[in-house]
Design a protein around this ligand. Structure first.
Ligand SMILES: [Zn+2]
Length: 146
């Protein structure tokens, strides 16, 4: 799954996306020790989470762009809790618990949704920001740089 995720330049991949009906997902951008809390600053280490249980931490909600390997070339803004606590088994079957903030928290929630057949579309409050990648680069990314 890590290989497939890298091949498609993803930062997360859930088993149901590769036709495996298992509660497993992988995420991350680099091989490194898993730290907690995982924040935007640490460049998310690779994690493989089995039977994850995810709970929001605090009340903060954040809206940001998401895309999905199962829905190529489309972006949309999704509101999600800013921080989550994750309990799961790692790939060796050990219990792990970690807290994630920012982008890592977003990726974990997005992948966990796949385990329940939920796509980021289903989490969008409105479809106003739903956009093809080409338009995203031409209009949205430009606006956000200004
Ligand atoms: Zn996805």
């Amino acid at each position: 799954m890590f290989e497939t995720m890298s091949e498609y330049q993803g930062i997360g991949l859930a088993a149901p996306q590769v036709h495996e009906s298992l509660r497993v997902f992988v995420a991350g951008v680099r091989r490194a020790e898993v730290v907690t809390p995982m924040t935007d600053d640490v460049e998310m280490p690779f994690v493989a989470l089995i039977n994850p249980d995810i709970l929001p931490v605090g009340e903060d909600v954040e809206s940001n762009w998401e895309g999905c390997l199962s829905i190529p070339d489309i972006r949309g803004r999704v509101e999600r809790p800013r921080a989550v606590r994750v309990r799961a088994l790692d790939r060796s079957g050990r219990r792990i618990e970690l807290v994630a903030h920012g982008l890592p928290a977003r990726v974990i929630q997005h992948e966990n949704d796949h385990l329940d057949g939920v796509l980021f579309f289903d989490r969008m409050v409105t479809f106003e920001t739903l956009t093809f990648m080409d338009e995203f680069k031409r209009y949205w990314a430009k606006d956000e740089d200004e």
